[in-house]
Design a protein around this ligand. Structure first.
Ligand SMILES: Nc1ncnc2c1ncn2[C@@H]1O[C@H](COP(=O)(O)OP(=O)(O)OP(=O)(O)O)[C@@H](O)[C@H]1O
Ligand SMILES: [Mg+2]
Length: 314
């Protein structure tokens, strides 16, 4: 059974058609990045999946339940870190974590134990007695994120959970969620604009743009599809003569998509699969010329490059 099934979801807000027939499935235990430019429809989709708003039409099944017919059926099995800061009750960090625990049906002792555990893992014991108004924005956000883990949900929806966190806190959140989820075989849907978080946590990307799903593939395939070419940079002791680069171009043939000479360096752009062969041709030619290779760098297109390209193309 899939954890999430979405079929032909349409959501109209007055004049705006936010979702134009969105369909996807997420298997149990999958970690999926739900990405797209601002206003693409990510938060709208997530709110529908949680039963917080109704779609105009379409079908949503969560953990085998029809969420539109029976929105309460799976509530306690889901976790939701909403986009932006939530309103806080006038409770200390510790009290608010414990309260969430009871609300989700943990016993008092269990809620207290789990609260202590989360505060310790995130190094927040020193702020456990503070009120939200006494916390920095990033700390409030962190508390809001870890609070959603207290009842060990089976599906966790994260809507830009790390926005505003410092790099250490960000990595701690992502790594903790990764491990927490793996232990429980939890399913995770992460919406974010931070490529590093996707690369660390997810193995699949679903891309939405203007309410339409534009891509649904593994992170590696996404980078290959949208990221463009791999760049090979080779540095020599001196500028290689034109005959040298001509011979390399001839030998590697069509595999070389572009070649530039920049002083003592040559830069070659190629597809990932052709890189080894090209590097070999360069090394062979250099040896024949008695040219030493001082440095060799191979740069894969980054996920950020791929996302920008995908957003602009879509
Ligand atoms: N309650 C609402 N009333 C009217 N329009 C809405 C409402 N909620 C969302 N929209 C519109 O629906 C579209 C999708 O918004 P949504 O919040 O889902 O985008 P998003 O992908 O989450 O963007 P971001 O990356 O900025 O968070 C936008 O055009 C937005 O203005
Ligand atoms: Mg959003």
């Amino acid at each position: 059974m899939d954890a999430v099934v979405v079929e032909n979801l349409v959501k109209v807000f007055g004049e705006i058609v936010a979702l134009k027939g969105v369909s996807f499935r997420i298997g149990k235990g999958e970690y999926v990045g739900y990405l797209g430019p601002n206003g693409a429809g990510k938060t709208t989709t997530i709110r529908i999946l949680l039963g917080l708003i109704k779609p105009t039409s379409g079908r949503v099944e969560i953990l085998g339940h029809d969420i539109l017919k029976d929105p309460r059926s799976v509530k306690g099995r889901l976790g939701y870190v909403r986009q932006g800061l939530s309103l806080e009750l006038g409770l200390t960090v510790e009290q608010s974590l414990e309260l969430y625990g009871y609300l989700w049906g943990l016993s008092r002792a269990e809620a207290r134990r789990r609260t202590r555990e989360l505060l310790e893992v995130f190094g927040l014991e020193n702020i456990r007695k503070l009120y939200p108004s006494q916390l920095s924005i990033g700390m409030r956000r962190l508390v809001q994120v870890i609070r959603e883990l207290i009842h060990d949900p089976e599906i966790l929806f994260l809507d830009e959970p790390t926005t505003g966190l410092d790099p250490v806190a960000r990595r701690r959140v992502i790594d903790y969620i990764a491990e927490w989820g793996r232990e429980r075989d939890a399913t995770i849907l992460l919406s974010t604009h931070i490529p590093q978080d996707i690369e660390r946590l997810c193995n699949r990307i679903i891309l939405i743009h203007r309410g339409v799903i534009r891509a649904d593939m593994s992170v590696d395939e996404f980078k290959r599809t949208f990221g463009g070419l791999t760049k090979i940079t080779v540095k020599f002791p001196k500028k290689p003569d034109p005959g040298f680069t001509e011979r390399i171009s001839r030998e590697a043939g069509e595999a070389i998509r572009a070649l530039r000479v920049l002083g003592a360096c040559i830069e070659v752009y190629a597809r990932r699969g052709d890189v080894a062969r090209i590097v070999e041709s360069i090394a062979v030619e250099a040896r024949r010329e008695g040219l030493e290779l001082i440095d060799l760098r191979i740069e894969e297109p980054t996920l950020e490059d791929a996302l920008i390209k995908a957003y602009l193309e879509a």
